[in-house]
Structure formats: structure tokens, C-alpha cells
Design a protein around this ligand. Structure first.
Ligand code: NAP
Length: 314
């Protein structure tokens, strides 16, 4: 099938494209800057330059495609008016793919508690609102809501590794929030399964791996895989995650605005509340947390070695 992928220069989109090609699909990528698309599969895809906020650019890229992946977010730039910007981008994408004749949109959003939207982080609210906007059209949308995706190149995984390498094991009030990360390999298998078997109507599914842990436990397990020891426990009775974001971003090498978007989400439980994933796409989110962490750390180490031998910063 002809498939449009946005976010192909990013973590999820960049990992998805070769899987789609391997599965026999023809792939068109909508990217803001074609020079940033340097992956080895670059010659095997059609590239259209443009932004998702431009309905015309989306239409050019979507024309003739059967399915379209919405794998972008606006968190890398300023947090000002994030919700409005995310809504506008989703609306332009929705209208562009509809005009282009696309029959199925797949959107990867964030794990959000619909019952607690009023207290959720701006970042998660913006992701939820993008889904609402996409569903205002006539093209059926499958929204997959994921928490932390464990894999090389994931900003949330980079922040986790930074925490696990710290000599200090911070215990903040939100360290006890629950999280349910998913292995990138499981997520990619799910994205392929969804595009191969579209539900045929709007559908939103919570997505997570088999293990639910606190953030503190997640950092402990990552420390065990990295071999960085237990860290010096320091309890802080009050620490807004935003206070950590800038230093964590610098250490992790992720944009500060992205860390400022991601870390406050830790104040809320990010877990699967609706268990319908297994009914729709059985047997995909199965990799145990420790296995997923070991694979992601292994891929990270391998990537660092390749970067070092090429003389590029890791
Ligand atoms: N990583 C995770 O742990 C995680 C967890 C849950 C959900 N998700 C969701 O998965 C999706 C992809 O996330 P990711 O981790 O792959 O993000 P990422 O690595 O930061 O990539 C973001 C991609 O979006 C592109 N982009 C941003 N704004 C754009 C615009 N206006 N027009 C066109 N392209 C634009 C970027 O292109 P440039 O190269 O031009 O910047 C980049 O390719 C997002 O919806 C995110 O919410 C991710």
C-alpha cells in the first residue's frame, strides 16, 4: 500500500519507515528539511518537503496514499501556545489527508487520563487535543496512546538514562507516580499491525508494556542494566519536575523545551486504563521491561560506538 509518514527524521518515524518498506509498502515522507533525512533507506522513499501545518503540503504528500502516520509533535519549540499550535497542525493534516483521499490515519499520542484532563500537563493535554482535532474529519483515525517508548533515539529514554547515570538517586514526591513503558520493537510491530488491519472507524487505544512500575523503580531498573550502582539517595519533599528539566536536557542532549514538556508528565500516572489493545491487536505489547531496557541500552551503546568511529558526537 502507499503510505505517508510524517516525523521520518524523528525517533518513531525513522524506525518505522524501514519496517514499512520491509513489509512491502511504498513510503512517502513529508519532512520539513530534506537535508535532515540521511537514513540509509533515504533512496527507497519519495520525499516531499513541507510542514504539517500546511494543508497544501500535506495534500501534495498525501495524494494517492491509502494510510498516513501522524508522528510529529511541536514540543521541540517554545511551549507558548503549544495547545493551539498542536490543534492547528492536526487540523491542517486532517484536511490535507482528507483531500488527498487517504482512508486511514494512525496517530501516536500520549497516555493521558481522560478523567483527569483538567490537571494533566500541558504537553499531554496538547497531545490529546491533537487527537480530538484529527477525529473531526471523515477519515477514520486510530490513536495509539503510549507512555515512555524505550529505544535508542527516544527523548524520554535519553532523559531516563541521564537520571540513571546520576550519582544522586533523587526521591521527589512524583517519583512514586506510575509508568508503563513500551519497547520500541513492540510499538513498531503494533504500528505495522494497525496499518495492515485498520479498525474502519475512529478508535483510541492505550498502549503499554507488560510492567507497571513507579518512576523510582524504572530508574533503579535502568541503573541495574547500565551498571551505574544504586546512587546516593536524596529525598526532596518538594521538587517541581520543571526545576530539573533544564539540567536534565543539557545532560541528555535533548532540547530544553522538550524536557520541559516531558518531565512534568511524571506528576501523573501514565498507565493503560483501557485494556482493549489486546482485543484489537493481540500479542504485540509483550516485551518485559528489563528485556526492553537491555535492548535499548545495547542499541544506544552500539550507536555511540558508531558515532565515535565516525568522529561525530553521540
Ligand atoms: N518518544 C517517546 O517516548 C514517545 C512516547 C509516546 C508518544 N510519542 C509520540 O510519538 C510521536 C513521535 O515522537 P518521536 O519521539 O519520534 O519524536 P521526535 O524524535 O522528536 O521526532 C519528531 C518529528 O516531528 C517532526 N516535526 C516536528 N514538527 C513538524 C512540523 N511542523 N512539520 C513536519 N514535521 C515536524 C520532526 O522533524 P524535524 O526533523 O524537521 O525536526 C521530527 O521528525 C509523537 O506524536 C509523540 O508524542 C513518543
Amino acid at each position: 500500500m502507499d503510505v505517508l509518514v510524517t516525523g521520518a527524521t524523528g525517533f518513531v518515524g525513522g524506525a518505522l519507515v524501514p519496517r514499512l518498506l520491509d513489509a512491502g509498502h511504498r513510503v512517502r515522507c513529508l519532512v520539513r528539511d530534506r537535508a535532515r533525512l540521511t537514513a540509509p533507506w533515504r533512496a527507497d522513499v519519495e520525499v516531499v518537503e513541507g510542514r504539517v501545518e500546511s494543508e497544501q503540503a500535506v495534500l501534495r504528500a498525501a495524494d494517492g496514499a491509502e494510510a498516513a502516520f501522524f508522528l510529529v509533535h511541536g514540543m521541540g519549540s517554545s511551549a507558548r501556545h503549544l495547545v493551539e499550535r498542536e490543534r492547528a497542525a492536526a487540523a491542517a493534516f486532517r484536511d490535507g489527508v482528507e483531500l488527498g483521499g487517504v482512508r486511514h490515519v494512525v496517530y501516536l499520542g500520549g497516555l493521558v487520563d481522560e478523567a483527569a484532563l483538567a490537571t494533566t500537563s500541558v504537553h499531554l493535554y496538547a497531545r490529546q487535543q491533537a487527537g480530538v482535532e484529527l477525529r473531526r474529519g471523515t477519515v477514520p483515525v486510530t490513536e495509539l496512546r503510549a507512555g515512555i517508548v524505550l529505544g535508542q533515539g527516544s527523548a524520554s529514554f535519553d532523559l531516563l538514562v541521564t537520571a540513571a547515570r546520576s550519582p544522586v538517586a533523587l526521591e521527589a514526591p512524583w517519583s512514586g507516580s506510575l509508568t508503563q513503558p513500551i519497547a520500541v520493537e513492540d510499538l513498531l510491530a503494533l504500528l505495522l499491525a494497525v496499518v495492515a488491519a485498520p479498525p474502519g472507524r475512529h478508535l483510541t487505544l492505550d498502549v503499554g508494556g507488560p510492567d507497571v512500575v513507579t518512576y523510582a523503580e524504572l530508574v533503579r531498573r535502568t541503573r541495574a542494566v547500565l551498571g551505574t550502582g544504586r546512587g546516593l539517595p536524596v529525598r526532596v519533599p518538594y521538587l517541581p519536575p520543571e526545576a530539573l528539566a533544564l539540567s536534565a536536557a543539557q545532560l541528555a542532549g535533548v532540547p530544553p523545551s522538550l524536557a520541559l514538556g516531558l518531565l512534568p508528565s511524571a506528576q501523573h500516572d501514565a498507565v493503560v486504563r483501557d485494556e482493549r489493545l489486546e482485543q484489537w491487536y493481540p500479542g504485540v505489547a509483550v516485551t518485559p521491561l528489563d528485556t526492553a531496557l537491555a535492548a535499548a541500552v545495547g542499541a544506544r551503546t552500539q550507536r555511540a560506538a558508531v558515532d565515535a568511529s565516525a568522529g561525530t558526537p553521540g
